[in-house]
Write a protein that binds this ligand. Structure first.
Ligand code: FES
Length: 318
């Protein structure tokens, strides 16, 4: 998939610590089409690549809109977008990809935590456009940190949206059981937000009998990893039989690069799937947020940017 050079058509402060960027072609021509739930990889200042969901109407071809939370806890990227990138700049992005697509459902429940609103706003626009039954619950710390609040309040689907502020009174807090409603095979749930939020929602839904096929997730960052127990292991290149040692404090990608084997990466956090490599033998220690539990259990592919080995050797299809 080829990269695109796009122009920052506008930059807006949408809420405290959240800026949106409208991106378009320099010549004003149409951009590649996308569907609700899509994201683009953005080459951000500092040589990093970050994924951002598109949060405009998927019917639009003149712009992509992304929103970026300034996050002091992550490894950079968001600060560069806030402090360096300005209107008129040219930046490089990928074509849109969708790992979080809407499926046809009788009813859809959208649950957003913070900046996790971005793909779900696009979904709300789409579900409204096709006259599908849905509810959107949007949880944030406060009204000041709620991006697109005025836009949502003015939208034709505003009656389907409930805002929940952590600092608001108890009556407006998210009642998850009420939001999920009756478990019904025709209902699908989409949840995007911080790891803890996603885990709380999915565990509650599973406890109520929702199946894995009805629950769709998108994390916007890597889950925190406990690396204290990491130990060295080896990867074997199937093509040559060469054994490459991976130190306890090294990723597989880093170890391979030190031996002249480049694996293409993007997020380096187990989120995007760019680095997926086939595993021919051995047991993976999956650390990604990309694969489903069933896919992980097969141990036939892994994300070497962050995942490791439980066995002493992993044989890779390289
Ligand atoms: Fe994104 Fe490995 S680089 S999952």
């Amino acid at each position: 998939m080829s990269d695109l050079t796009v122009k920052v058509l506008s930059k807006r402060q949408e809420a405290q610590d959240i800026a949106s960027f409208e991106l378009g072609r320099e010549d004003g021509g149409p951009l590649p089409a996308f569907s609700a739930g899509s994201h683009v990889d953005v080459h951000v200042p500092g040589g990093l690549v970050r994924q951002y969901s598109l949060c405009n109407d998927a019917g639009e071809t003149h712009r992509y809109r992304i929103a970026v939370l300034r996050d002091a806890k992550t490894r950079g990227g968001s600060a560069g977008m806030h402090d360096t990138v300005k209107e008129g700049d040219l930046i490089t992005i990928s074509e849109p990809r969708n790992h979080f697509a809407l499926v046809h459902a009788q009813r859809t429940v959208l649950l957003a935590g913070g900046i996790g609103i971005t793909p779900l706003l696009c979904m709300a626009q789409r579900l409204h456009a096709i006259d599908s039954d849905f509810d959107l619950h949007y949880c944030t710390r406060s009204a000041e940190r709620t991006a697109f609040r005025d836009e949502i309040l003015a939208a034709p689907f505003a009656g389907r949206v409930k805002f929940h502020f952590d600092d608001g009174d108890s009556k407006q807090k998210l009642d998850l059981l009420d939001a999920l409603g009756k478990q019904d095979p025709g209902t699908h749930l989409y949840v995007c937000g911080p790891t803890g939020f996603i885990e709380h929602v999915t565990q509650t839904a599973q406890g109520l009998g929702w199946t894995a096929g009805q629950i769709h997730l998108e994390y916007f960052g890597a889950a925190p990893q406990d690396t204290t127990g990491d130990r060295p292991f080896e990867v074997k290149l199937a093509s040559s039989g060469k054994l490459v040692p991976v130190a306890a404090d090294q990723t597989v990608v880093q170890a391979l690069a030190a031996h002249g084997v480049e694996v293409l990466t993007s997020c380096e956090q187990g989120v995007c799937g760019t680095c997926i490599t086939r595993v021919l033998d051995g047991e993976c220690d999956h650390r990604d947020l990309y694969f489903t539990d069933e896919e992980k259990a097969r141990h036939d592919q892994f994300t070497p940017c962050c995942s490791r080995a439980k066995s002493s050797v992993l044989v890779l299809d390289l």
